[in-house]
Design a protein around this ligand. Structure first.
Ligand SMILES: C=C(O[C@@H]1C=C(C(=O)O)C=C[C@H]1O)C(=O)O
Length: 411
């Protein structure tokens, strides 16, 4: 059965003078004012951001990862590292959409038809000077001191030495004051301009909170031309005049750490009895001021026995990957649950649009280099992959460097 087309709602006379970014802000203001979840995102290399508003919070709750096939609903996935009551797995249905490349109309999906008069009413109001961003009612997570974090790293190394785990990715939260007049949408634009190759996002959900990020890591992509893609991203060093992607030198520890992540992905393919995949790399890639090692994996879906379910099956096997949890998965996650000392919430979960650009097109990213916006402060998150040779002081420095990516919007 063909999906009914969305209704295109033209902008009212009141919004006639607004340019495309001002129209996006106007729609965001309306969504926030009426307590609706929203997601704005800018895909790597894209000229414009996209905006999606869900008709209600209830419509966004989900227990399961999204299905990556053409027949599944369209929306924006926002998944925590670990599912919990405070930070639920969300899939924001694509009820109301705005694409600044097509600035003349707002698209309203059939499921949200009854909202049409309501939306027409917010569009006709002036944009408020201050937007009412949603904040999490949860207390701020514990922010580890340097002494606490280096202790966690030493524990991780001891667990590797004791062969409890092969690799574990420890992480921490850091609290920073918000600069006066902090504007999450302006920060979103700034992240987009600063990191053209990142997936830049701004998600705000009632009762859950507001998150901003600029991640370099693809989790699972299904392309319009029928390919599945994922990456093994790991190892970190600062990009400097001496260390560019062409000249960077990697230590044995870093090469092995990234190889473990690549091996993990190959094991996922094996579990699905998939033998036909292309593997490219590892090569050095730039993410903001950092360099990482990345191997790209690609599967031609025409060549696999069950193309419709491969993306969904891989997503379920991949999350959380060994780039953010560790290996073996169960033991590494148990180590983190016992020792990490805070709730990662949506950091190192995943996010992105599914079936929004077109049916069967999905782009999910690991939620790294992100922050949570609270009333007066931002919570920033970063982690580091540990191996047997990890030096606690260096790992702390590495989290400091990773925090800089989003700290750039805090002035
Ligand atoms: C965990 C993070 O990053 C991950 C860990 C990396 C590492 O251990 O070197 C590198 C890239 C990411 O896969 C983070 O940015 O918080």
């Amino acid at each position: 059965m063909p999906t009914p087309e969305p209704r295109l709602l033209p902008w009212p006379a009141a919004a006639a003078g607004l340019d495309a970014p001002a129209r996006l802000r106007h729609l965001v203001a309306g969504a926030l004012r009426t307590g609706r979840p929203l997601a704005a995102w800018r895909e790597p290399g894209a000229a414009h951001p996209q905006l999606l508003v869900a008709r209600s919070l209830e419509a966004a709750y989900t227990g399961l990862p999204p299905a990556l096939d053409a027949g599944a609903p369209a929306g924006f996935a926002f998944f925590p590292f670990r599912d919990s009551d405070h930070y639920p797995a969300l899939f924001l249905p694509a009820d109301v959409r705005y694409d600044p490349a097509r600035p003349d109309a707002v698209a309203v999906a059939p499921a949200a038809r009854e909202l049409l008069p309501n939306i027409a009413a917010w569009l006709a109001l002036p944009t408020p000077a201050e937007l009412a961003w949603h904040h999490s009612p949860q207390p701020a997570p514990h922010a580890a001191t340097e002494a606490e974090y280096t202790r966690l790293v030493r524990r991780g190394v001891a667990a590797i030495e004791a062969k409890e785990v092969l690799k574990v990715v420890s992480s921490r939260a850091a609290r920073r004051p918000l600069p006066p007049g902090f504007d999450p949408l302006a920060a979103f634009d700034l992240l987009g301009a600063k990191y053209p190759q990142a997936f830049v996002s701004l998600v705000s959900v009632p009762g859950v909170g507001t998150w901003l990020g600029a991640t370099p890591e693809v989790l699972a992509e299904v392309t319009a031309d029928g390919h599945f893609r994922t990456v093994a991203l790991a190892a970190t060093q600062p990009a400097t005049a001496a260390a560019s992607p062409q000249t960077a030198i990697w230590r044995q520890k870093e090469i092995e750490e990234q190889a473990l992540v690549a091996r993990y992905i190959v094991n996922c393919f094996k579990q699905l009895r998939l033998r036909e995949y292309h593997e490219t790399g590892p090569r050095t890639v730039v993410a903001g001021q950092l360099l990482h090692l990345r191997t790209d994996f690609e599967v031609d879906l025409r060549a696999v026995p069950s193309p419709a379910s491969l993306g969904t099956d891989m997503l379920r096997l991949l999350h959380p990957t060994s780039a953010v949890g560790g290996m073996p998965k169960g033991a590494a996650l148990e180590f983190l649950r016992r020792h990490e000392g805070y709730d990662r919430a949506y950091y190192s979960g995943f996010l992105g649009p599914v079936n929004v650009a077109a049916p069967g097109v999905a782009r999910l990213f690991v939620n790294l280099r992100c922050l949570q916006v609270r009333a007066h402060e931002a919570i920033l998150y970063a982690g580091t992959g540990l191996t047997v040779d990890s030096d606690p002081e260096r790992e702390w420095q590495e989290t400091e460097m990773k925090l800089q990516t989003v700290a750039a919007v805090l002035g």
